[in-house]
Design a protein around this ligand. Structure first.
Ligand code: SF4
Ligand code: SF4
Length: 337
């Protein structure tokens, strides 16, 4: 990965910097909405960088919950198509777990068959990641190897070292941002670098101590041992756990409007009955228990087979969002302990 010597940005200089950047880019950052942190287009609000990682993952800016893929117009039996160009965007405050999720999605959407709506947004986005020095209570990134320190995939990387941020670049685009805005930065000292290592070691220790998740090997074993009918009785079938997951990426496509209209892509999930139901009415995964089991198999068997990476990055969102308190990881732990 491309890099330059680390720089230092004091806390007070962050807002002036993003004000500058927002003149030419759409800046997306964690901000507060009704008291809760959310990733949204920054319009000068207070930043929520110290809060828990928002429930809506920044992955939504590459794979939105709902998006218009293109519009179509029919004239004399012939169709013409038009699509919106992607916005030039900068995402600030992306955590290492979400960065790893994007690495998995890049492999899925960007390799064998390139998914143009996804890849075009990826190419036009600068990622300013932020290392997790105070991890959220439900996070277990360290168990999944995705955090609390980001290793790659960012353009710029911030680490809060107390008095400000240590700033490291990871790509030519990141270096360009640093050079073009050099007046906001100063050279980082060896103490800043040591403080980064100290804080990240403490964060990792804290996450590992909580033992929220099992290892991927234990999870594979637990999938066979779990009483899926019992889990089925507790689940409300809302699909929320998949829809907040930064790695889940299933979608459905529909055309709205005849003869003119638009093609929509909406996020979908294998945990909902309609996802695998066929036109005949037959459903190869008819029970919710079978679908929940499939969800884990996808994350810990099928996605690793396809990408070489786990389909879970340990962000903890699936357990946080569940109205029925189905802790996705405790049910597996109970099965093998
Ligand atoms: S969020 Fe909870 S209740 Fe909703 S589908 Fe997932 S496990 Fe079931
Ligand atoms: S499965 Fe749950 S913990 Fe894992 S990445 Fe998805 S939302 Fe996060």
């Amino acid at each position: 990965m491309t890099s330059t010597p680390a720089l230092f940005l004091d806390h007070e200089s962050l807002v002036p910097l993003i004000e500058e950047l927002s003149k030419t880019l759409e800046v997306v950052a964690p901000v507060y909405a009704e008291g809760e942190p959310v990733f949204a287009t920054w319009k000068g609000e207070a930043l929520a960088l110290d809060a828990d990682n928002p429930l809506n993952s920044p992955v939504e800016f590459f794979l939105p919950q709902k998006e218009v893929l293109f519009k179509y117009v029919q004239y004399s039996g012939r169709y013409t198509f038009s699509e919106e160009p992607p916005k030039s965007r900068l995402i600030l405050g992306m955590r290492p777990c979400d960065l790893q999720a994007i690495k998995v999605l890049d492999e899925i959407f960007g390799t064998e068959l390139s998914d143009h709506p996804y890849t075009s947004k990826r190419k036009s986005t600068i990622i300013v990641a932020m290392n997790c020095t105070s991890p959220g209570k439900g996070c277990f990134c360290a168990s999944m190897g995705s955090g609390p320190a980001a290793k790659e995939g960012y353009d710029l990387l911030l680490t809060d070292v107390g008095s400000g941020y240590l700033v490291e670049s990871g790509s030519p685009a990141g270096m360009f941002v640093l050079r073009a805005n050099s007046r906001h930065f100063e050279e980082a000292s060896p103490e800043h670098l040591k403080e980064k290592e100290r804080r990240l070691a403490l964060a990792e220790e804290e996450i590992v101590k909580r033992r929220l998740a099992l290892t991927p090997e234990q999870i594979r074993e637990a999938i066979d041992e779990t009483d899926w009918e019992e889990v089925e009785r507790r689940c409300l079938r809302c699909g929320g756990c998949s829809l907040v997951c930064p790695v889940c990426h299933c979608f459905s496509v529909m055309d709205r409007g005849v003869p003119d209209g638009e093609r929509l892509r909406c996020r979908d999930t294998c945990t909902l009955a309609g996802f695998s139901r066929m036109t005949s009415g037959a459903n190869p995964r008819a029970s919710l228990g079978e679908r929940l089991r499939h969800w884990y198999l996808d994350k810990f068997v099928y996605i690793p087979e396809k990408t070489g990476m786990l389909g879970c990055v340990g962000c903890g969102r699936c357990s946080r969002v569940c109205l029925s308190d189905v802790d996705r990881w405790s049910i597996l732990r109970e099965a093998i302990e």
